[in-house]
Each structure stands twice: as C-alpha cells, then as structure tokens.
Write a protein that binds this ligand. Structure first.
Ligand code: G6P
Length: 607
C-alpha cells in the first residue's frame, strides 16, 4: 500500500511529482522517493520517514528532469530505510511498486545465481532487475515489460522509466489500482484519480492485467494477453485542492467536528423527510428477493458491519453474517442463492475487502458497497453503490467515515425491512424521524468536548483500558478500543459487557480504566450490572450515558460523560463521538502523531 505518480512531460517534473505524493501520503509515510532521467541517466532522491524529509533532500539537491516516477512507501518487505525506499533502479530502468511480489524469493535467487547484485531487502527490486536483464539482452522496454509481467505473482501496480528511452514511461496493474492521466503534450500515471487531480481531470482506469506505454502525445494500453485495448477516458471529478486542517490542530479533530454536517449530507441522499421514507439509489435487482446478508469489511468499517447485523436482523429479520475481509475468502464461505453481499469501505481500495468483493461476484452473489470514494475500485465493481458523503478523510484513524457508513447502513436495513414486508409505514416514519435528529444529536455530543479533554488524563496514564457495551454498543466498544490503540498506543480491548466475567474481569485493578457505553434503553440495566461487578473489584469506571443513565448509575464512576438522550437506533452514531474524542485527547496528552500514527496507513492495499 504505497502511492505511485509518474509524469512524462516537457517541463521539470519533480515539484509536481512531489505534489502528487502529498496527495498519496495516506497510503504510507515511512519513506519516499523520486527518480528522473538527467543527461541520459537515472537520478534519484530518496528519504526515510515522512515526505518532509524528501522535501528537505530535494531542497539540498534539486532534481531536474522532465520524465519522472515517484513513490510513498508503507513497508512490507524490508525495513523503512532509505536503501529500501523506492524508486529501485539499475542502469536501464527505475521502478516504483505498490503491492507484493509474492514469488520474489525464487526470482531473487534466480537473479543472484546469474550474478546480479540486488541492493535492497525489498520484493520490488526483482522487477527492476528482470526488466533490466531483458533490455540488456536487446529488447525494447515494451517487449521487456511484456516478457516480465507474466513472471510476477501477487498484487502490484508498477511504474517504470528507462534512461535510454526517455520518451516513454510504462505502468502495469494487477490487483492494485493504477490510472493513466491524459494531459496536453504530457501524460501521467497515478495510484488514483486524487493523485492526479492537480495535473489532469481526464483519466482512464486500467483493468486487471492491463499495462500501458505512456508517451508525451499518446498512450497505448495492452491487456494481459498483450493485445492493444481501449479503456474509456473519463472525467475524474477529483478535487484539485489539497484539503487543509482549517482551524483545527489535527485532521482527526477536524473530521470529528465535521460529523454533524457530513452525516446530514449523507442522510439527505437516503431520506425523504416529507414522505417519512427511506430511499436507496436505483438498483438492477429486487431487495425482496434477498434471503440473507453477508457483510465484509476491515478495521473500523467492520464494526459498521457488526452494528448492521443487529439492525438488519432486528428490522428485516434476515440472517446476517459479518466477516473481516482477510478471513472471508480463505475459509471458503458458503454463499447460498439469495445472498446480498455488502462491502463497507472508506477508501474502496482495501485489498482484502476488494478481494472479498471479487470472490462474491465470482460466486454470482449480488453485491452492494457502502463506500466513500466514488472513483475507487470497489465503487466501480459493486452491483449497487451506496455512497457515503463524508468527503476526503485524511486522519488515518477513521471517524467521520464511520458515522456516515452507519447512516447508510441504517437506511439499507430499513429498505430491506420494507422490501421484506417487515416494517409498517408508521415504524418507517418513526425511524426516519430519529435519523433526521442524528446530526443535531451529534452536535450535542460534540458540546461535551471540553469535559472529555479534562478527564483524558485518567486514561492517558493507563497501560491497559477496557471498553464495554451491549447490543449495537458492543461493536462501538470495539471501535473505542481500536481508536485508542491506533493513535495513543495504549493497549485497549472492547468486550460485550456480558462476556467480561468470562475472562477480562481478571485484568481489573485500579490501574485499568473501564469505559462503559450505556445509553438508556432496554439493555441499560444489564450493562450496569456488568459495570457494578467490575466496580466491586476496584474498576475505575468512566460511564458514557445520558442524564437518566448517569443519575441512576454514575455515582461511583471516576468520570461520567453525558450524551443527549437518543433513540437506541441512533445511539451508536452519537456515542461514536465521545469514543473518538476520548482517543483523540488521550493521544494529544501523550504527544503521539495523531494523524499519522506509527506503522499504520490509511488505505491498506496489500493483503
Ligand atoms: C486501515 C485504516 C482504518 C480503516 C481500515 C479499513 O486500517 O487505518 O481506519 O478502518 O483500514 O479501511 P477502508 O478504507 O476499507 O474503510
């Protein structure tokens, strides 16, 4: 999960390549590099760490050249060092690579047996050497690439330049996205439309197995059988403006605060307030024919799937299975006729979720996707796209995408329930009224920010933290623990309240804060009983509930965070706010890198 940009132009390219990398930093930020052709030779600047280090390197030693490729890396094979940073090069070729060459070991052994010296620990460098060998043997780069691509197993997007052939760059894709951008007298390659947004709006998405020879005035795309093919040139619509933090200290904070607005925007396209109905985009299949649901996602999006299970089973009475995408495909799931396969993804590019989607499509399962990036691979491949309108999410830890995904999941659950004849018009109207209230309730939740900031120190000092919830608030407990782990590096676990006495209660002592998510409602008393069991053993409870809940159960808590009183349906959306703010303030108190936490990437495009 790295980012790629390539430019073949007539003006110097390194500034524009660097600008493209800034847009791709969400894919990885442990090292970066640029290669261009200077006086018939490859010249490179590479730097370990964030892009600022590469910028410094370029300031020290500017990089001329009108043909270039660039890369921002999230290390898979080989530590994040300057030596492992891309581009990798020989005298004949420089390459940047996103993905994993799964057979790199035998290829490397084969190359070394032929006397070649590889200088990095990466899987990617073998590609440079294989292509280089073919060119050294007299092949044109086009033929060299055509000969090497079938030898590579795994998922990859690659861009290459050739110092003896300065009039072309070549890109190839298999299992990782790559787009071609069309300019005036110059052309581009990029991991996504967003990377190319300030260079061009005219782009073509390469299909699986495609590769492209990109010259200044022409682009020729080939399919996996090396037959010339045309791919439609479309208007990307990606915004050229770089998103900024506004008045906020971090993107994550800004994105938490955007939630009332983006949830309202998202719900607007799914609710008909006058008719008090929920509506989905037009679809080519009948929801009434759906007999069961499989929801697949990774990370935060998978908790949306778990909450969706509660809602779809409750309202539509359809059985729902939820899988993390990395487990789904390899356990050979039973996919019966009548299944609706739903993928949930902010980026629409997460490799495991995309692979799960393709697995379901191959099994003739009807698919829907709750996706934030409308130009993404998943958005283009699902049968029914259910967009979230969260706007670009920059902070690595997902926040506003989560609440927007929940909003769409609620709309989908209601539609399924109506299609299955399980929901009266009056019940639907009531749900619509509650959903309409969600943005205002999110605003009320945000109003408690200062209190949360004030009590964050009780959590910041802890080594372990437990989160408890029941029903749809159980996945939210998992999300709370994930948020805290991701950005504050404190070990945290989420548990279903009733499960606590089956193990985690053994961890309880007065150094382990217990964050209890307990909105008033049918499950409140049960959760409070579990909380009391922990308090009896010395647990330091932080109770997140509404005024009634705090009045009846908050007296022994070390801290309480008051939420507005909301219908249980929208409680997971509203209670997401304190969970996010708590993680945020703890991370700020600890001084960690909130927007780009160590070892993580926003979009995980490798398995
Ligand atoms: C990464 C991100 C998470 C995100 C997950 C799934 O792990 O750091 O914030 O929830 O990927 O990403 P997706 O784009 O598929 O929602």
């Amino acid at each position: 999960m790295c980012g790629i940009v390539g430019i073949i132009g007539t003006d110097p390219v390194s500034d524009r390549l660097f600008e493209g990398l800034k847009r791709l930093e969400y894919r990885g930020y442990d090292s970066a590099g640029i290669a261009t052709i200077v006086d018939g030779r490859i010249d490179r600047r590479r730097a370990k760490g964030k892009l600022a280090n590469l910028a410094e390197r370029l300031r020290e030693e500017p990089l001329p050249g009108t043909v270039g490729i660039a890369h921002t890396r999230w290390a898979t094979h080989g530590a994040p060092t300057t030596g492992n940073a891309h581009p990798h090069a020989t005298d004949e070729v420089a390459i940047v690579h996103n993905g994993i060459i799964e057979n790199f070991r035998p290829l490397r052994q084969e190359l070394e047996a032929r006397g070649r010296t590889l200088t990095s620990e990466t899987d990617s460098e073998v590609v440079a050497h294989l292509v280089s060998e073919a060119i050294e043997a007299g092949k044109h780069p086009r033929e060299a690439v055509a000969a090497v691509l079938p030898r590579l197993h795994g998922a990859f997007a690659i861009a290459m330049l050739f110092p003896r052939y300065p009039d072309l760059i070549i890109g190839a894709r298999q299992g990782a996205p790559l787009t071609v951008g069309y300019g005036e007298g110059e052309n581009f390659l990029g991991s996504d439309a967003h990377a190319l947004a300030s260079l061009t709006q005219r782009i073509a998405y390469l299909d699986e197995g495609d590769w492209a020879v990109v010259e200044r005035d022409s682009v020729q795309i080939y399919d996996r059988d090396n037959a010339p093919v045309e791919r439609p040139i479309v208007h990307s619509g990606a915004s050229a403006a770089l998103v900024d933090k506004g008045n906020h200290r971090h993107f994550m904070q800004k994105e938490i605060y955007e939630q009332p607005m983006v949830v309202a925007q998202t719900l607007k396209s799914y609710l008909r307030p006058l008719e008090e109905q929920v509506a989905l985009p037009d679809m080519a299949f009948d929801l009434a024919g759906i007999e069961r649901v499989a929801i697949i996602a990774c990370g935060t999006a998978s908790y949306v799937g778990m909450i969706g299970k509660y809602w779809i089973e409750q309202f539509a009475r359809l059985p729902v299975e939820v899988d993390v995408a990395s487990e789904f495909r390899y356990r050979d799931p039973v996919l019966l006729p009548g299944t609706l396969g739903i993928v949930v993804s902010q980026s629409g590019e997460t490799a495991d979720t995309l692979a799960a989607l393709r697995h379901m499509k191959q099994a003739n399962v009807t698919t829907a996707g709750i996706i934030n990036v409308p130009t993404s691979s998943m958005a283009r491949e699902v049968d029914l796209l259910l967009p979230t309108h969260a706007g670009p999410e920059i902070g690595v830890a997902s926040t506003k995408a989560f609440t927007c995904q929940l909003s769409v999941m609620a709309a989908l659950a209601v539609n399924l329930a109506r299609a299955k004849g399980r929901l009266s018009a009056a019940d639907e109207a009531e749900i619509v009224r509650h959903l309409i209230e969600a943005p205002a309730a999110l605003n009320e939740a945000l109003a408690h920010d200062a209190e949360i900031e004030a009590m964050a120190h009780t959590v910041a000092a802890a080594r372990d933290v437990l989160y408890l919830g029941r029903g749809p608030d159980y996945p939210l407990a998992l999300e709370g623990a994930l948020k805290l782990k991701e950005i504050s590096y404190i070990h945290a676990e989420g548990y279903a309240s009733g499960e606590m006495k089956h193990g985690p209660i053994a961890l309880i002592d007065d150094n382990v804060p217990l964050i209890v998510l307990a909105p008033s409602g049918p499950l409140f008393d049960k959760t409070v009983s579990n909380m009391k069991e922990a308090q009896a053993r010395g647990a330091q409870v932080v109770l997140i509930s509404d005024a009634d809940g705090i009045a009846s159960a908050g007296e022994d808590a070390v801290a309480t965070i008051e939420m507005p009183r909301v219908h249980p349906l929208i409680a997971p959306l509203v209670y997401a706010v304190p969970v996010q703010l708590l993680a945020y303030h703890v991370a700020v108190a600890k001084g960690t890198d909130v927007d780009q936490p160590r070892n993580l990437a926003k979009s995980v495009t490798v398995e």
